[in-house]
Every structure is written in structure tokens, then in C-alpha cells.
Design a protein around this ligand. Sequence first.
Ligand code: NAP
Length: 290
Amino acid sequence: MKSIITGKTTVLGIIGSPLGHSLSPLMHNAAIEALGLDYVYVPFPVAPDRLGEVVLGLKHAGVAGFNVTIPHKAAIIPFLDELTPEAELAGAVNTVKKEGDLLLGDNTDGAGLLVSLKDDLSFAPGGAKILVLGAGGAARGAVAALCSAGAALVTIANRDRDRADELRGYFARLFPAINLRSACLDVLTSAEQLQQFDLILNATSVGMKNTSFDGFSRASLAGVGACFYDMVYVPSQTPFLEMAASNGLRAANGLGMLAAQGEIAFSLWTGCSPPPGLMKHSLLAVVKGN
Ligand code: NAP
């Protein structure tokens, strides 16, 4: 963090509720310090019923940009002036930049996921068959990014099957050339079904607090050759990833995605790239052992 804050210091931040667990201030302030920039990144806890007032306040208080996290990623859209195509497609905003008098909503989660898949698993979605678990905001952003990157087949599986169907319908209209399917989470109990996928991506909150998917066992992985990616990063080795790794499959958690989306947002706001690997290392130092 910048040690001396003056009247010229530019403020960046994050809005969400709750924010106590957020690692974004840590990694952004590490980058600010490493580059010697006159910026500071601060948390703004914002209750859902105060979102509109706060966004208007930030717009007029000289804040250069801010991140948006749970539960505001979709709800913030009506309070912004413009959206990037990525935010429009995902129906969610995780990064806001002040441009002149306007607030521009962007989504760097999708790009961050693609960077992490490449760096952590050497995986490229072009032509791939992918199973996305979940139908919430994170799954939506992931499906948008994977379809934009040319996946051949994307199956969306969710506990609430109706939400998976709805998401499948939305993306099928936008990407008619991609084979989009929906399923319930039972898919995780069938080795025969899992064998078709190149990537199995968890975009649910299952895994936080060490929770597991019902019925997902060693038997489910017989003959499976997919890579496994878990957007959850605390604990760093979820039961989902542990199962994959113990079967000799390549597996990575969502820490790389968190760092990569942060690097992209930081560059948008400041015009400077954080030192390579610095954000990820600052995160690893904190989550190590969790
Ligand atoms: P969300 O919109 O609240 O969606 C939650 C999803 O998890 C839904 O699909 C929900 O299924 C499913 N789910 C919750 N509890 C479940 C259970 N016990 N069994 C089966 N499914 C369950 O949340 P989100 O924003 O999509 O976030 C999802 C996860 O991604 C969170 O852990 C978040 O921290 C992580 N994430 C990580 C990054 C990163 O940078 N690594 C970025 C974004 C999000 P139903 O629809 O059936 O309720």
C-alpha cells in the first residue's frame, strides 16, 4: 500500500457485501507499492439497498475505478453509463472505470479465467468439450468466455436444473454454432458421461468449507482424461480437485483467475501492468496452508 496518502492520491477500491474475506485490496496495494504509484485501493462494504447511492457517490468523489463483487455484479448494471461487450455478454460487471464523466462497466473475470486455464493447465478452449458446473454469476461469465474462445461443446450442469436450462437457452441464441447442453449435477456420478469432456470446471460454491459434490467419487473418474479447474481457491485443494489429482488428472484452483482478472483491471485503471506474478504471489502468501 502507498505509505503516504496526499490530496493528489488517486483512489481505487472494491464494493461488495461482505468484504472481510476479499483478497483484492492486498494484491492491488502490493502492485501499487511495487510500481511506486500514487494510488490506494480500499474496501467499500455496500449493502444491496444502498448500491445506487454509493455508485453515484463514487462517480462524483474522484474514484478512478473499482471492482464489484458478490452480490452486486449484475445489480450494478442499471447504475452504469456504458458496458463493454464482455460485460454485456456475461450480464455481469466486476470492474468499473471512470472515463470522463461516465462510469464504464467491464468484466475481466472471463479473460482472467482464460489466462489461468492457459498458465495453470496449458488448456485452450478452442474446439474443446467442456462441462461447467453451476449456473450463477461465475458460471455465466465462464460460459461467455469459453464460448467466445471457440469451445465446441459446453454442457452447463446445475443443482437447480431450470437455471441450467435458462443459461443454456441464453447462450444457444448468441452462439448458434456451439453445441450447448444442460444437465443436472448427476452428470458427476457417471464416468461414461464425464469421459467425453476435455475440461471440467467448477463454478459453484461447492468446495468452500471443504464441501463435496454428492456422488462424485473415484468410480466417476474411470477412464476420464479431462483437466479439472475449480474457481474456489480457499481451501486451495478442494475435495473436487483432490479427487482429480489423486487420479493423476491435471487440476488447478481459482487463485490464478483471481490474480489474472485483477491484473487486467489494474492495467485498465492505471495504464501500468503489475510486475509479472506479483499479484499471484501476494495471494499465495496469504492462502498457503488454507
Ligand atoms: P452464485 O451466483 O451465488 O451461484 C452459486 C452457484 O453454486 C449456483 O449454481 C448454485 O446452484 C451452486 N451451489 C451453491 N451451493 C450448492 C450446493 N450445496 N450444491 C450444489 N450447487 C450449489 O455465486 P457465483 O458468483 O456464481 O460464485 C460461485 C463460486 O465461484 C464462488 O465460490 C466464488 O467465490 C467463485 N468465484 C471465483 C472467482 C475467481 O476469481 N476465482 C471469480 C468469481 C467467482 P443453484 O442454482 O442450484 O442454487
